[in-house]
Design a protein around this ligand. Structure first.
Ligand code: UDX
Length: 460
């Protein structure tokens, strides 16, 4: 339908602001598709940083690119893995061009009419400042768990990092689910910068007209009840990224990495449930010594594996050149190493029987969606909280100690893939998958919340 005709029947014009990080782009683009299917006109405001949406894949949306955000200056890799500093600089840089862009749209220059509401990724908090200034209602999308929101809401005493060091196993009195060692941590060169970013994200969330979550009610019911005690506005756990999960290629946005399709044909040659898939996401960096322990642990486990060693996984290297001498030859018969995988399709493949993950929120819920049990090796940010949910609440994964040694890798893999305990965990993972599919199916909680969100936006 052409955009003018479509405009006659529309429910409103929404401006969506995604964050240019792999784990954030997918949920926002999927939310855009869901909202468009419910009769909203969509403008995506983004940058030329990777990942960025591929406009040719979304002829139904309008796109605006912010001026003056250069990949050379603002690419994530320039920040040495310090995600907080990256977010601080990105937010400062985007504010002025975003104001210009929103004012232009608001004056009805675009074909979609004035803007009804700004829907932004919580970490792009500049959007909240400008939307308030221009007096447009705003809704926030949280791409991490409700449990993480609650963990980050604890007061500073509760977040005291010394506890993580001295009493790591101690449960937090305000939040007994989490032990001191499960609290979010960030690689940060500047503590004040990190505090500013977290405070602004939190302020944006607690003052938004509504909060959409990339999570499901059935996954975090109790936490959503608790979060609702802290957030006055309505909460909508819709989990957009699982609505259009897998099968299709991930080419709807320009990723910083190229998917290696050969993993799928390699998986086709393996026995059902036999392969352990290993990936630690897009932003975590590890030491060379950890890469070596991973490699020998995988080699010694004798279990078929598919391992993503992405460029930059070890700072300043493309990863592959650091693999131990002879590793590729020794493991050629039962292992495959790639630089980036079509993860959703990998997890959906019948040969995959386990996922050794860093527990980024997307990886955790993608694994749950496919009923794949996990080995949890969280590193930074929300990943420790997610690992706790996976192991302790959902009971679909086992914990691996942070301090990596090859024998620990080998024993974790055997525990998950070969033991009685592993069989039990796999059974629970399949049961949880069914619950998740029900939530996402027609009449499920996710669709109910989407319907309520649509009504809410119409009457804003
Ligand atoms: C970051 C944080 O680490 C994470 O904790 C937070 O919740 C979101 O932002 P990231 O580390 O990239 O994300 O992890 P994750 O959330 O798991 O997202 C990674 C995404 O990249 C997933 O959607 C996954 O499917 C995709 N991916 C990963 C691939 O498509 N191919 C790969 O080889 C690896």
């Amino acid at each position: 339908m052409d955009k003018q005709k479509e405009r006659r029947n529309f429910n409103g014009h929404l401006v969506l602001v995604p964050c240019p990080l792999e784990g954030h782009m997918n949920p926002m683009l999927h939310l855009a598709k869901l909202l468009h299917s419910k009769g909203f006109l969509i403008t995506i405001i983004c940058t030329h940083l990777n990942p960025s949406p591929n406009p040719s894949h979304y002829p139904e949306f309008s796109f605006e690119f912010l001026d003056g955000i250069s990949p050379a200056e603002l690419g994530y890799d320039s920040f040495g893995g310090d995600v907080m500093l990256y977010l601080l600089v990105l937010n400062n840089k985007c504010k002025t061009p975003f104001r210009k862009c929103l004012l232009k749209l608001q004056k009805n220059v675009g074909s979609f009419g004035p803007v009804s509401c700004v829907v932004y990724d919580a970490v792009m908090y500049f959007s909240a400042v400008i939307a308030d200034e221009v007096e447009i209602p705003r809704i926030v999308l949280r791409t991490s768990s409700a449990t993480t929101f609650l963990a980050l809401s604890l007061d500073l005493n509760q977040r005291d990092l010394t506890d993580q060091e001295h009493h790591p196993e101690q449960s937090l009195s305000e939040f007994p689910l989490l032990r001191a060692k499960d609290m979010p941590v960030f690689n940060m060169s500047d503590e004040k910068a990190a505090e500013e970013v977290l405070t602004r994200i939190h302020y944006g969330t607690s003052t938004a007209s509504a909060v959409i979550w990339n999570s499901l009610h059935c996954l975090e019911q109790e936490m959503f009840n608790k979060a609702q005690e802290r957030i006055v506005s309505p909460i909508y756990p819709i989990c957009p990224s699982l609505h259009y999960n897998n099968k299709q290629k991930n080419s709807s946005f320009k990723s910083s990495y190229t998917e290696d399709e050969s993993c799928i044909s390699w998986l086709d040659t393996q026995t059902p449930n036999s392969v352990i898939y290993v990936s630690i996401g897009s932003i975590v960096r590890i030491a060379k010594s950890e890469l070596l322990e991973m490699a020998w642990g995988l080699a010694n486990s004798d279990q078929p594996f598919l391992w993503v060693v992405r460029p930059g996984l070890v700072d300043g290297s493309n990863g592959l050149e650091l693999l131990p001498n002879g590793f590729m030859e020794i493991t050629r018969k039962w292992g495959k190493v790639v630089q980036w995988a079509p993860q959703k399709r990998v997890l959906a493949h019948k040969s995959v029987g386990g996922f050794w993950t860093h527990n980024g929120w997307n990886s955790s819920i993608e694994s749950v969606y496919e009923g794949v049990p996990m080995i949890c090796w969280p590193r930074i940010g929300d990943q420790r909280v997610n690992a706790r949910i996976v192991g302790h609440v959902w009971k679909v994964g086992i914990e691996m100690e942070e301090n990596l040694e090859r024998w620990k890798v080998e024993s974790a893999i055997r525990r998950l893939m070969e033991s009685e305990e592993g069989v039990e965990i796999r059974k629970t993972a399949v049961e949880l998958k069914e619950k998740v599919r029900v939530s996402l199916g027609k009449g499920g909680s996710s669709w109910e919340f989407l319907g309520k969100l649509v009504d809410f936006i119409k009457f804003l």
